[in-house]
Structure formats: C-alpha cells, structure tokens
Design a protein. Structure first.
Length: 95
C-alpha cells in the first residue's frame, strides 16, 4: 500500500538527483546570449552521456546521446517549437 510517507520519500529521492551545468555557460561572454532553456538542456544532455557510455553508443564522431524532441519537451516543460529552437540555439553556439 502506498502511503503519504512513501510518496514523500519517493519525491525526496527525485529531489536529491542533480545534473551538472558548466559555470562557463553563465559567466563566459561567449555564452551570455544563451537562454535558460539552452543552458538547462545542455546540462540535461551532458547528464545523458553516462548512459551513452554504459550502452557503448559510439560512432565515428564519438559518444552520442539519444534524446527525443518529446523528451526535451517534457523535461523543459515547453512546446515542440521551443524545444527545436533550443536545440538550434545550442547548435549555433557550437555546443
């Protein structure tokens, strides 16, 4: 049976998970123009690298990640257009 305390415990476990975002994305002049969406998405994408390494997702260009637009929409709580624009923002910044 799931109780209130079980729900609270599950929520706390999720709350204790973090992803790293490089400080340079906030302080470097090169990245000052990036939106908070782009900075957050970059951190989320970097977090997926460990899964890629574990699954040996490597091609001629190196390690790659799998991250659908729908997944980005869910993680960023945004529209499809916003998710695509955010990916383009990272591409334009050469990230």
């Amino acid at each position: 049976m799931n109780t209130y305390n079980d729900d609270l415990f599950e929520e706390q476990l999720e709350f204790d998970n973090y992803f790293k975002t490089p400080y340079a994305l906030y302080k470097s002049k090169r990245f000052k123009h990036l939106s908070i969406y782009a900075r957050s998405l970059y951190g989320l994408m970097r977090d997926r690298i460990s899964l890629s390494k574990k699954n040996k997702w490597v091609d001629d260009y190196g390690i790659y990640i799998r991250y659908s637009i729908a997944g980005m929409m869910d993680d960023l709580s945004c529209s499809k257009n916003k998710a695509i624009a955010t990916v383009n923002e990272l591409v334009d910044a050469q990230l």
